[in-house]
Write a protein that binds this ligand. Sequence first.
Ligand code: GAP
Length: 455
Amino acid sequence: MTEQTKVDMEKIVSLCRRRGFIFPSSEIYGGLSSCWDYGPLGVELKRNIKQAWWQAVIQERDDMVGLDASILMHPQTWEASGHLKGFADALVECKNCHLRWRSDDLEGSNCPTCGGELTEPRQFNLMFKTFMGPIEESANVVYLRPETAQGIFVNFQNVLNTTRKRLPFGIAQMGKAFRNEITTGNFIFRSREFEQMEIEFFVKPGTDKEWFNYWVEERLNWYVKLGIRRENLRLRQHGKEELAHYARECSDIDYLFPMGWAEMEGIANRGDFDLVQHASSSGKSLDYFDNETKEHIIPYIIEPSAGVDRSALAFLCDAYAEEPDKKEIRVLLHLHPTLAPIKVAVLPLSRREPLAKLAKEIYADLRQGWMVSYDDAQSVGRRYRRQDEIGTPFCVTVDFQSLEDEQVTIRDRDTMNQIRVPITELKTTLQAKLKGEELFVLPPGGKIWKEGQNA
Ligand code: GAP
């Protein structure tokens, strides 16, 4: 474990609470077990993660399309998918303190809390049930989806017919999923309401192994590109006994969370299980006509399935750092600029006019392009620290000199280096810096040069 990975969960929870990333759900009523609310900064982080995923798996590819299926689906979906029968955990209850446990989470044969005797395991289905319409009877039972994947399978023909995509191609969607988990905990790692980002990639049988390996690499690289250190990621292949009922092969991308290695994303080869099941249950054909062989085939499916909340937790843990700063400690989040909730903070050195007017004009201009914050309270040193703690990559300081030379200072979160740039070049410079390009600006003309280039 490297120094920086030794962050404990309490520090992350406390930072998230204190700075408005994540709150317990319905906190004024004492909270609701394992449900969480994303505050003003958390919602930006989550949106940025989802946007980065959408861009990588749909926008930048020509073999993928998006979908947004409804959360409530025809109940037959869950019979065909195997969830009604098989989506269950073995649950045991302590006869003494009545706490309930997932039996596969337990190491010994007694209650981990009080040492009491445990009941025999019984199967507990993890799907949340509700009723469609005003009458609460079994004919009207519907389920909150426990995964987004099924919405994609049942729309396979619709997408095929309307987009004219040919194999191999994929459909991706993100959205809420619900599981009545027996054991929750570790903050947002395992909750009962969470968000998934799932890809179902349809391929010709026989090419599935190749595509499986491709997607494992592709998805692993996505996390690394967005700043997670490679040494904090590992691939873990599922043993035969561990495979889900639909999977021929599965590898997890694990992250080294504060509580240890745990799954962040799973990549499965689902074979033809889902299309065969839904075709047989619905009586509708879900096959594909192969123009080359002139045969009808059932595509195989490779499924990279990621959790938004688990990714958010991993990005936060990996970004968290404490550095000595004179007699104090500087807490900062080294979040990748793409994920940082606030990209730039505008800090006027004084609230007095005409300085404040100039700073507000700059603030209004930058907001057209990014989430920007304005902070004029307390010393500039404190304001830098506040921005460091929430991962803002750049601060723009407007000082009295700015009124005369029409230049401002850009201060870098990670290096704390400062450069002075003409206001006219501020946007271009920030744009390049947010993309990770190294630039400096030569005043007074404001011409921008790449580092290493002769002036
Ligand atoms: N369609 C396949 C599927 O749902 P999964 O391994 O059960 O596979 C995929 O879930 C991902 O969804 C996990 O890797 C995790 O990131 C996220 N996830 C699953 N259950 C979760 C929970 N209770 N809380 C938060 N995230 C969860």
